[in-house]
Design a protein around this ligand. Structure first.
Ligand code: PBG
Length: 332
């Protein structure tokens, strides 16, 4: 054998030559079953507001959710995630609106359950949409305090479960929250409500457009480095995932997505739990910004960016492109 291997007897290009051989040897596939659609909701009626830093993504009032979720269902997407833009007047330092059973999230859950009973509904456990400080937990003397925040997250999880949410996704990164939420849900009779833990959640600048969408950017004082993971670290994410599984997480999420595929791969290989990646708002903005300028081919980049997650080991992807990608797949 030479450094050229068995060439010319072995020709790697043989399997790449025809569309049918390429399809036969494809190692990964995308289907609408892989997607979870995040949806932004706001107060008012008849609203479909464009989010300027996320071209093509809107914020909807509860009364129009029927159509939006209907489109996702029609496209074959199994589940949605609800993110609220809370009225600034309802945001307080104690984030009490988070556990109001009539809050925007709970009203959205009930509206979706009523019109689309088979649709999976996932909601964050985190205080940032409700907190006048814009943080995921309570702020005391400039520091996000842990245990008292966890108590509130438990109450928030219970009102969401009561409204009909199927999976609670703690995105706050407080210590011990998965165990506490599991215990709270079980205690309230919601032992079948699952937990998808944002276990490997990084202190990332890729969340910028999301904070525009839910109106938490202006409020946010400082950054989230005292609770989200440092982008420099890998082992720490693995320890965090191990802990969250030990505490009762049913599913694990890695976030952001494309810049953290190495983490996704290691987590999936190490723990073999259902593992999800979040293609976050900043990734969406980057891809769409380039596509809308004609610098990238939109349809191709949508699908290529998503298959990358499957290749890295994801069981599913939270993506703002869920409906668009499903339609593209159908088109073939
Ligand atoms: C809130 C939360 C964030 C995202 C999901 N849940 C933002 C943050 O942690 O600041 C980001 C999602 C996105 O950027 O698309 N805890």
């Amino acid at each position: 054998m030479t450094i050229f291997g068995r060439f010319p007897a072995s020709r790697m290009r043989r399997n790449r030559r025809e569309d049918w051989t390429r399809r036969l040897v494809a190692e990964n596939t995308l289907t609408p079953n892989d997607f979870i659609l995040p949806i932004f909701v706001g107060e008012g009626e008849g609203r479909t507001d464009a989010i300027s830093s996320m071209p093509g993504v809107n914020r909807y009032s509860v009364d129009v959710l029927d159509d939006v979720v209907g489109e996702a269902k029609e496209a074959g997407v199994p589940a949605v995630v609800i993110f609220p833009e809370v009225d600034p007047a309802a945001k307080t330092p104690d984030a009490r609106e988070a556990n109001n059973p009539e809050n925007l999230v709970c009203r959205s859950i009930r509206a979706i359950t009523e019109t689309h009973p088979g649709m999976g509904i996932i909601c964050d456990a985190a205080l940032d949409p409700f907190n006048s400080d814009g943080h995921d937990g309570l702020v005391v003397d400039g520091y996000v305090i842990n245990d008292e925040s966890v108590e509130l997250l438990c109450l928030q999880s219970i009102v969401q479960a009561e409204a009909g949410c199927h999976i609670i996704a703690p995105s706050d990164m407080m210590d011990g929250r998965v165990a506490a939420i599991r215990k709270a849900l079980d205690g309230a009779g919601y032992e079948n409500v699952g937990i998808m833990s944002y276990a490997a959640k990084y202190a990332s600048a890729f969340y910028g457009p999301f904070r525009d969408a839910i109106g938490s950017k202006a409020a946010l004082k400082g950054d989230k480095k005292t609770y989200q993971i440092d982008p420099a670290n890998t082992d720490e994410a693995l320890r965090q995932v191990a802990q969250d599984i030990d505490e009762g997480a049913d599913m694990i999420m890695i976030k952001p997505g494309l810049p953290y595929l190495d983490i996704l791969r290691r987590v999936k290989e190490t723990f073999a739990l259902p593992t999800f990646a979040y293609q976050v708002s900043g990734e969406y903005a980057m891809l769409k910004g380039a596509a809308n300028n004609g610098w990238l081919d939109n349809d191709k980049i949508v699908l290529e960016s998503l298959i990358a997650f499957k290749r890295a080991g994801a069981d599913g992807i939270l993506t703002y492109m869920a409906v668009e990608a499903s339609r593209l797949l159908k088109k073939g």
